[in-house]
Write a protein that binds this ligand. Structure first.
Ligand code: PLP
Length: 315
């Protein structure tokens, strides 16, 4: 095996997940997995597609209907013109992250990541031959990533920063000023902001998500990755996207052509249904997550000697 493979950092989330599998008496909180089922109308769209025989290879960047549905969703959400040329359909946000790093990061360069972060960032940065540079978060700052801490760690080898707001595992939401300052740093130093917004819909207390793309005003130095895994309880469907400048999407599609070829069409039909169908179940899920957050935070705070910040979003 290659030195990359032999030194690949194992995700400790999976280690905990594997432990829970052999212990019948534990509740697994190891993985960002909704306890709800994918809405019935979404499942039905995939079944109908299979029955209609949509079982062949298709376009590497995704079927036109889904790319358009994503573009329309984000044009409305961001208040920016997003076109199908900006949308690459991927195997979950995870593959969108991988493609983003493959395209924007030179081997031997540095990628800034929040510390702590979703552990797969470390593996993905390692796999493209770059070095992950952790940027700490502090209790005094409400565990939010701060632009000043990022600025201190920029070098002439910095090729990208991965942002994640709302954050896994912290549940924090970054301040708009900090995100904007990081976009400005990216413009100044010529690196890319890869913004992992998979929890964009899971925000509490009536809070609304503000994307790095909205704050930047364009996609020149920003790639946004997201998916339906969390919002529509679709983790196992592996359906996500990257939203980027058209030349970036074009090369992502070329790489996809030589690897996965394309996401299965029935899965993509389910994605169209999820984005364009009724969103009531999403709201019910977020309400349930908020009630659970309140219960867990209150219970933890009742334990003498334990303090707990109130998460603003995510699981
Ligand atoms: C921060 C973060 N990014 C990405 C992912 C992966 O999302 P997807 O299922 O869309 O690949 C997760 C899943 O837990 C996550 O927590």
């Amino acid at each position: 095996m290659s030195s990359m493979a032999l030194s690949y950092p194992r995700s400790q989330i999976r280690a905990m997940f594997d432990l829970t599998a052999v212990r019948p008496d534990v509740v697994s909180l190891a993985i960002g997995e909704p306890s709800f089922h994918t809405p019935a109308y979404v499942r039905r769209a995939a079944i109908e597609s299979v029955q209609a025989g949509e079982t062949r290879y298709d376009a590497s960047a995704g079927i036109a209907g889904l790319r358009n549905a994503v573009a329309e969703t984000y044009s409305a959400r961001w208040g920016l013109p997003v076109e199908h040329r900006n949308v690459m359909i991927t195997g979950g946000a995870m593959q969108a992250l991988q493609l983003s790093l493959l395209l924007m990061v030179e081997p031997g360069s540095e990628v800034l990541v929040p510390d702590p972060c979703f552990p797969n960032y470390l593996g993905q940065v390692h796999a493209v031959g770059a070095r992950a540079v952790p940027v700490p978060v502090r209790k005094e700052e409400g565990f939010r990533l701060r632009a000043a801490d990022v600025a201190e760690r920029i070098t002439d080898r910095t090729s990208a920063i991965v942002l994640n707001s709302p954050s896994n595992p912290l549940g924090t939401v970054m301040d708009d000023d900090d995100v904007l300052a990081m976009v400005d740093l990216a413009r100044l130093h010529g690196f890319t902001v890869i913004s992992d917004e998979v929890y964009e819909q899971i925000l509490f207390d009536g809070r609304r998500h503000v994307s790095a793309a909205t704050l930047a005003g364009d996609l020149d130095h920003v790639i946004v990755v997201s998916s339906l895994s969390k919002s529509h309880a679709m983790t196992g469907w592996r359906l996500g996207w990257a939203i980027a400048a058209p030349p970036v999407v074009a090369v992502m599609a070329e790489i996809q052509e030589g690897t996965l070829a394309n996401l299965p069409v029935p899965i993509q039909r389910a994605g169209i249904a999820a984005l364009t169908g009724p969103q009531d179940e999403l709201r019910e899920m977020v309400d349930a997550y908020q009630r659970r957050r309140d219960l867990v935070v209150a219970t933890l705070r009742d334990i003498p000697g334990v303090t707990c910040e109130q998460p603003a979003g995510a699981f």
